[in-house]
Design a protein around this ligand. Sequence first.
Ligand SMILES: [Zn+2]
Length: 509
Amino acid sequence: MTTRATLLEGGLIVDGSGGPAWTGDLLLQGERIARLGEGLRGRLPAGLKIEDLRVLDCRGLVVAPGFIDAHTHDDAIVLHEPAMLPKLTQGVTTVVAGNCGISLAPYAAASAGPPLNLLGAGSFRYAGMGAYMQAVEAARPALNVVALAGHTTLRYATMSDLTRAATTDERARMAALLEEAMCCGAHGLSSGLFYAEAHAAPADEVTALARIAARHGGIYATHLRSEMAAIIEALHEAGDCAFEAGLPLVISHHKCAGPANWGRTSETLPLIDALAARQPVAMDVYPYLAGSTVLREDLVDGVIDVLVTWSDPHPEQAGRLLAAVAADWGVEQLAALRRLQPGGACYFQIDESDMERVLAHPRSMIGSDGLPHDRHPHPRLWGTFPRVFARYWRDKGLLTLEQAVHKMTGLTARTFRIAGRGLLQAGHMADVVVFDAARIADRATYDAPMQASVGVRAVFVNGECAYRQDGDGDTEGDTEGDSEGDTDGGNDAPRAPARAGRMLRRAAA
Ligand SMILES: [Zn+2]
């Protein structure tokens, strides 16, 4: 009858609520957190003996809820590379997919154009969200997946000409597809009005869809129509849409992009607080000074650095600066960009003090916005969460440890209405990360972006150990004893990591 159980003993418990940390134990039983407290070894639940437990010595380590990546484009990668090491090595146990209006479902086509090709142009095979969710379950990813339905995907699925507003008939077909997605358990709607393929959509096209998401208890996340000169107007548009539809708003990867707009978070953050007076508003942010997306002419100003991350016609140029490519070819940067399309790039368009102001704001959550299909990806894909601890808690003191964890867990679960996760609380699902607070750090850089972070010691997903990494050469925290009757086989050898992630379907409203 042995129920799989793990005792995490003597760690610094940071529970995800933002409240003060304390030293104690955490008992995981089956897929859930069974109890928290001090000296749990001496007062186990009836029928459970210490010999039945795997015990992890967490003295000197932090025990926190598994991190929730609030902003991802992991829709296809969870199917194709379900081990999800870029995220697991950071302590992430749940990813929110389908951001920026770009979701893999519902859309089936042999090849997809921009910006959907950020997910891999050939991956679009799911005409409904239900079929996509079944595929995720069959792929058994190592972490949990939350899906948003993307407005741009809905446009691709229903319109032949994306340069105009949807007709009444096209709106009805989009509504039906979104209705199916929400009924299947999508957590809401996303949009990317910044992108040409959605830019012609008037506000009321999006508001009508947001009303459907609202009726099912979903949220609305948006990559604003502008993050540059017109950002204030774009924030008002997003706020009005969410207010009229009656649902919570998430502003994606909040930034004021381009040197002409640096410093303007002093305008945007007070406006976001004002909008939050009439409906819930949150935002996500990544701790880097470059954005990354498809190659776009309007983002190349000849001033900021542009680093090529992929190019279909010229894959050999990935990892090089656009200025260097242009010099080699003897052309202007814009001409070089056109030759490299379709492709992607990092744009060094963000000011450090703006980014820090957003990071420190109580409404911001951590989201990587990583692009897993890029040949030479932005380092945020592998480094976001450890970098927040290393640089903005440990080095700069911009956040407390508890605040940093809250922005990765409790706040995110509450914002996206992800039930039963994001806090260390008895009865919650056992998504847990154990990390070394003194050592956790990102290793990924713009030059060498595909490098695992360090300092994360163990990651549990739905009660299963999904990742283990011992400290540098020492064995502290490695006193694992195995339970009889468990699949461990009763020896101390490290187990193959479990792939115990789930498709998280939002409960009916
Ligand atoms: Zn975006």
